[in-house]
Design a binder for this molecule. Structure first.
Ligand SMILES: *Cc1c(COP(=O)(O)O)cnc(C)c1O
Length: 382
């Protein structure tokens, strides 16, 4: 592969941070996890940060914190990773798919959300697609008006902000869920975090991530407790010390990484604006607030999208992806498609995700652009 979709580079300090944990002999849910939670809470400017085993676990706990129960409905965008919708089903609730704004903005459409609110709606889960803010201000007002919770799926947006605000995404609803999966903006392999200013939601997440036990191993190790009770149905959603230490270390480079991502995205946008047959969402000023997780484009002719991707891969060795297929098209979600989702369908059929990672060099980026230009011409000839 000349240019992979994503590439991860860990340095000596990252390896040292992991090595120190391995030498300490204490591998899970201890002082390094507490330290990471504190750092991340400070970074976000939020009262509570609860580190967990994945972004999916954080979403599940956030919805439980919002009181989502069997029979309830949770409105989610049709264009997102399946975890957003799965988390509602883990609570026994039905995910209700809402449309997105369109090819210029892949965020959940607030008026479509409003149309889908019923007496059973308990929460709306907005996704900050690609690190670009969903319409959180309007969604928060809509949710407040209906007495329902706004949950932010901030898996893509660990350091991004909303327009007209310095507040970080993931801190504007009842709770925000972050992911530290390998290819995310801040990554450690597998991990996640729930951020909230709500004391009760934080307490629920802390309890349920470790089987709702009244004390954890680390408390007992320090002699703070002898035994424990189990007070609710909880889960093993714990994160380990190795990942927490790696995350604390890698957070030092987070803002610099995002600056590099923004510079690459700016170059992509300049070059793509001169390329016929292809468009891209969001504005230049959105880029300056985004964590720039991915570089999405849409092709004008969706019928040629798959051919274009295979030319890029086989002829130019440039890997691309589709983020995301519509959830409405998954076999396991056949019943979730209530009516038409025209703009989600259009994006799902025309989207291509280009390679993006902080240490991508000029030659690699030029190779991607050349491959795309060539594939657009070749695909057009067919
Ligand atoms: C990655 C991702 C998740 C899930 O995070 P995991 O850590 O992989 O469980 C949820 N939502 C979105 C939008 C994601 O991209």
């Amino acid at each position: 592969m000349r240019v992979p979709l994503f590439d991860l580079r860990l340095d000596e300090r990252d390896r040292d941070a992991v090595d120190r944990v391995l030498r300490s002999g204490w591998l899970t849910m201890g002082p390094r996890t507490e330290e990471f939670e504190q750092r991340f809470a400070e970074h976000l400017g939020v009262k509570h940060a609860v580190a967990v085993s994945s972004g999916t676990a954080a979403l599940h706990l956030a919805l439980l914190g919002a009181g989502v129960e069997p029979g309830d409905e949770v409105i989610v965008p049709a264009i997102t990773f399946v975890a957003t919708a799965n988390a509602a089903r883990y609570c026994g609730a039905s995910p209700i798919l809402a449309d997105i704004y369109g090819t210029h903005d892949f965020g959940i459409d607030v008026s479509d959300v409003e149309r889908r609110i019923t007496s059973r709606t308990k929460a709306v889960c907005a996704v900050h697609y690609g690190g670009y803010a969903a319409a959180v201000g309007e969604l928060a007002a809509l949710c407040a008006q209906h007495g329902i919770a706004l949950i932010e799926d901030a898996a893509h947006s660990p350091s991004a902000t909303a327009p007209g605000s310095d507040r970080k995404l993931g801190t504007l609803g009842l709770a925000g869920a972050f992911s530290f999966f390998s290819n995310k903006v801040l990554s450690c392999g597998e991990g996640g975090l729930l951020a909230t200013d709500d004391d009760a939601v934080a307490a629920l997440a802390r309890s349920r991530r470790s089987h709702a036990m009244t004390s954890v191993t680390w408390d007992r190790h320090r002699g703070h407790a002898q035994t424990y009770d189990v007070v609710e149905l909880g889960f093993n959603y714990r994160i380990d010390e190795i990942r927490s230490a790696l995350l604390t270390q890698r957070m030092r480079g987070l803002d610099a990484d995002i600056q590099k991502r923004r510079a690459l995205v700016t170059t992509y946008r300049e070059e793509l604006s001169r390329m016929p047959g292809v468009a891209f969402p969001y504005s230049d000023s959105d880029v300056s607030r985004s964590s720039c997780y991915i570089m999405p484009v849409t092709v004008d002719d969706p019928g040629r999208r798959d051919a274009l991707r295979s030319i890029m891969l086989t002829r130019h060795e440039v890997q691309t992806s589709v983020l995301y297929p519509s959830i409405a098209d998954f076999t396991a979600y056949r019943e979730a498609r209530s009516d038409s989702l025209p703009r989600a369908d259009l994006v799902a059929s025309s989207q291509v995700t280009l390679p993006l990672f902080p240490h991508m060099d000029t030659a690699q980026q030029t190779a991607v652009l050349d491959a795309l230009g060539n594939a657009l011409e070749s695909a057009a000839d067919r």
